[in-house]
Ligand binder design. Structure first.
Ligand SMILES: [Zn+2]
Length: 244
């Protein structure tokens, strides 16, 4: 009985992707961690990628949006990378240290936030929009403020948004004009009666963070807010994704 075998190229799936991590493997290969638009976070083996840069046209660099062809293989979670090209280059981002740092942080958040092989279209859109914004030549807003606002927004899209309005333990609302204590591991404010938390937000800061979390607008955040917010986003993602 003849068994029909799929030709290799029939099983190649194409998607846009961001390179999260490259690990050297064997003598000439790379194992890539990719955040893809269609399949979420995946790992892929890039054969001979280190032997010849022509193999993938020098496309295996972070920050650019890539278009990749991935082939599923039996009995392994590891895709085979068949082709890769740069779909959206972001050279303007690579040339500026503050922008590059913000983009690197955003990719580290994507790595923690994206579950394996599960599409996360809103997370994809948020990360790509931030990278595009960081690449724009004219940039009146500091990269770290753009990053922090995007981070707060990303938490919200994942359903992990921080509650800056009420205590996450007892539900008591915190009056607008009062300072409050926030515990990122528990998802928001914790009032003193419920044990409080280490990070204190004065009323004005709390108000600005709360607004930025809803709108995703960097204009709402000061430079100090941005650092505080980024640390909070880090802590939330660490708590959800475990150690990585
Ligand atoms: Zn409480």
């Amino acid at each position: 009985m003849a068994v029909a075998r799929a030709r290799p190229h029939e099983s190649v799936r194409t998607t846009r992707a961001l390179l999260l991590k490259r690990i050297e493997y064997g003598e000439a290969d790379l194992v890539l961690s990719l955040f893809t638009e269609r399949y979420g976070r995946v790992s892929a083996l890039a054969r001979a990628a280190r032997k010849s840069t022509r193999r993938f046209g020098g496309a295996l660099e972070p920050m650019h949006t890539l278009e990749v062809g991935l082939e599923e293989r039996p009995k392994t979670e590891l895709f085979m990378l068949r082709e890769a090209r740069i779909a959206v280059p972001r050279l303007g981002l690579i040339e500026n240290l503050a922008r590059l740092e913000a983009a690197g942080k955003a990719l580290s958040w994507a790595r923690r936030a994206a579950p394996p092989r599960t599409p996360e279209p809103e997370l994809w859109d948020a990360v790509v929009a931030l990278l595009d914004e960081l690449t724009r030549r004219e940039q009146p807003i500091e990269p770290k403020r753009l990053l922090a606002a995007a981070g707060l927004r990303i938490l919200a899209t994942l359903g992990w948004g921080l509650d800056f309005e009420r205590c996450v333990r007892c539900g008591k609302e915190c009056p607008r004009d009062q300072a409050a204590l926030v515990d990122p591991q528990h998802g928001g404010l914790v009032c003193r009666a419920c044990g409080g938390a280490r990070v204190r937000l004065d009323a004005a800061t709390r108000d600005r963070l709360s607004r930025a979390a809803v709108t995703g607008a960097a204009e709402d955040l000061t430079s100090d807010d941005a650092e505080l917010a980024s640390d909070l986003v880090d802590a939330v993602l660490k708590a959800h994704a475990g150690l990585e």
